[in-house]
Write a protein that binds this ligand. Structure first.
Ligand code: SF4
Length: 164
């Protein structure tokens, strides 16, 4: 059985970001994994029912609420999106995820600080937090090599995909 990997939909070119754009992740592994049918895309924010485009949102570091730049509390929607992502993992037996860094849903090492001034702090997004609490390992675009190593794929930089 090939391990499936949950992936931020914006990495695969889906125009689901708050600003209506994608964030394509160009990497040989992504191409290979896509060919193998390994990748299960999700955008927690859009699957929760939020529109595209939508006002940017950040996590308040004190209250942990997700608040838009227009001061609307969207915590509930973000939590719903996280639940949907978790269900998808459970359906596909997924234990690994590759999610976009710094997003209030998908961030795994950093998030914006809640002041909408492009300042990042250490933290994790709402979806990442729920996935990790359920034993799923979350990686970002910066740690794709570590993710690959999790499935025994170590020679991909030499274009050997035998174990990928
Ligand atoms: Fe991409 Fe995640 Fe933001 Fe959706 S919520 S646009 S998948 S970073």
């Amino acid at each position: 059985v090939t391990d499936k990997i949950l992936i931020s939909a914006c990495f695969l070119g889906e125009r689901v970001r708050y600003n209506g754009e994608a964030k394509p992740l160009v990497n040989v592994l992504i191409k290979e994994w896509q060919k193998q049918g390994r990748l299960i895309p999700v955008c927690p924010e859009v699957t929760s029912g939020l529109p595209v485009p939508r006002p940017p949102a950040e996590i308040d570091p004190v209250t942990k609420k997700v608040i838009t730049i227009e001061s609307v509390d969207v915590t509930e929607q973000f939590e719903k999106g996280a639940e949907i992502a978790l269900r998808l993992c459970q359906q596909h037996n997924i234990r690994l995820a590759l999610l976009k860094e710094s997003s209030p849903s998908c961030g795994s090492n950093s998030v914006y600080d809640g002041t909408f001034s492009q300042q990042k702090i250490i933290g994790e997004g709402v979806t990442t937090k729920l996935l990790r609490a359920n034993g799923i390992k979350v990686f970002s675009e910066a740690s794709i090599a570590q993710l690959a190593a999790q499935i025994g794929c170590t020679n991909w930089q030499l274009k050997f995909f035998d174990k990928c």
